[in-house]
Design a protein around this ligand. Structure first.
Ligand code: AMP
Length: 401
């Protein structure tokens, strides 16, 4: 079986897949590591349990996960040897990792070198990898990077027009994120449409708590809205998306906000929450907008407008477009957002069928444009864990050196 690990600063999420990656045998998460109120949520088949106990460190968290997976009553394996490979979600692979890779000491050194680019995420990833390798030393471990899919972007898409040498020296460029999601959705889109991926010029809108849009031409990322940091591009739950960086100088120099205050503002106090003053949750924004709350209406309108502009930009970047795909929490579940984004884009060939768009078929992959429309518009639920498991199974099957 393949164990997939997503290690955050105080959480470890896990999913155990069958060897052919067709089914999830067990899944769960350890949360609040090193904090009061730590717990493990675990599900195996119909059985769900929550264990509340001290989890002082990531290593204790991993031990608890393995012991839970081995548990006679609610576990999923009877011997640790049943885990044949481990896949790790890795956030930032810089320009070093262009695809998923089997982890060895050299890979760990390179991951350490990437820490300054993702100081919040990469140290947690590294801790996860080290602990999992210590507990399961005899199986291949694979790192699957959020940034890797976007390494195919051409230089004009990833270069910032700042002093060239400075950018080279400090690796300042657009990297993009959500790459594992985009890769999975791009692959599934071709399968759902029964078309070779090479034919598709797709804009994929990953609309969750984090939002990013990607231009995917022939299965390869050619541009994406997130860049060096994770708050640019389209607006998100609490993150701003694009705004004039001149505001940062103004807020610092004239208004007296510290850089830490500004950083908190753009990451935690902006987006849907900042505009509405109510919530970062799109369900609340939609309900409140429908009830006449003007700032929620503005938040909803702005959210859709920013995405719409990226669709136009990416159609231009690819010299056309034949597929538009919605994924992640909002993209999969909000007919209102999908409709608003597509309104007025008929000039690009984008129209959607109202019935198909509003049918509540949660979790289903489906086409929501009319059959004869020049652009196929789809809803494709993302599954990053499955993509990680597929890569892990594939790489683990290769001879290890
Ligand atoms: P994710 O990060 O992919 O889990 O997505 C989380 C986002 O999905 C949150 O902003 C939720 O408000 C949003 N979401 C989930 N279900 C719905 C729904 N039925 N309608 C609108 N937004 C939803």
């Amino acid at each position: 079986m393949i164990l997939v690990i997503n290690c955050g600063s105080s959480t470890i999420k896990y999913q155990l897949f069958s060897q052919d990656v067709a089914t999830v045998t067990a899944k769960g998460a350890v949360a609040k590591i090193g904090e009061p109120g730590a717990y493990l949520d675990h599900q195996s088949g119909d059985q769900k349990i929550t264990l509340e106990q001290d989890i002082p460190s990531h290593s204790a968290g991993f031990e608890l996960i393995i012991n839970t997976l081995l548990h006679a009553e609610y576990g999923a394996i009877s011997h640790i040897n049943e885990i044949t490979a481990v896949g790790h979600r890795a956030v930032h692979g810089a320009d070093v990792f262009v695809e998923s890779t089997v982890i060895d000491d050299h890979v760990i050194e390179n991951l350490e070198a990437c820490v300054p680019l993702a100081p919040l995420h990469n140290p947690a990833n590294l801790t996860g990898i080290r602990q999992a390798r210590a507990l399961l030393p005899n199986v291949p471990h694979v790192a699957v990077f959020d940034t890797a899919f976007h390494q195919t972007m051409p230089p004009p898409a990833y270069t910032y027009a700042l002093p060239y040498e400075l950018c080279q020296q400090h690796k300042l460029r657009r990297y993009g994120f959500h790459g594992t999601s985009f890769r999975y959705v791009s692959r599934r889109t071709a399968e759902v449409l029964h078309r070779p991926v090479e034919e598709l010029k797709s804009v994929i809108c990953h609309l969750g708590n984090g939002v990013s849009i990607a231009a995917v031409d022939g299965g390869k990322s050619v541009d994406t809205s997130l860049g060096f940091a994770t708050f640019c591009g389209a607006m998100m739950g609490t993150r701003s998306g694009d705004f004039d960086p001149g505001l940062i100088f103004h807020l610092h120099n004239e208004v007296g906000m510290s850089l830490a205050d500004i950083e908190r503002m753009v990451f935690k106090e902006s987006g849907l929450l900042g505009i509405s003053g109510l919530s970062n949750d799109m369900r609340t924004i939609e309900t409140q907008a429908a009830a006449g709350h003007a700032r929620s209406q503005l938040a909803l309108d702005l959210f859709a407008y920013m995405i719409k502009k990226y669709i136009g930009a990416y159609a231009a970047a690819m010299g056309g477009l034949n597929t538009l795909v919605f994924t992640a929490g909002i993209g999969e579940n909000s007919p209102v957002v999908r409709q608003k984004v597509c309104d007025g884009l008929a000039f690009l060939g984008i129209t959607i069928d109202n019935t198909a768009n509003t049918q509540a078929v949660r979790g289903a992959e489906r086409v929501i444009s009319p059959p004869d429309a020049p652009v196929s518009v789809l809803v494709v639920p993302t599954n990053e864990e499955k993509m990680i498991a597929l890569d892990t199974a594939e790489l683990a099957a290769l001879p290890q050196h």
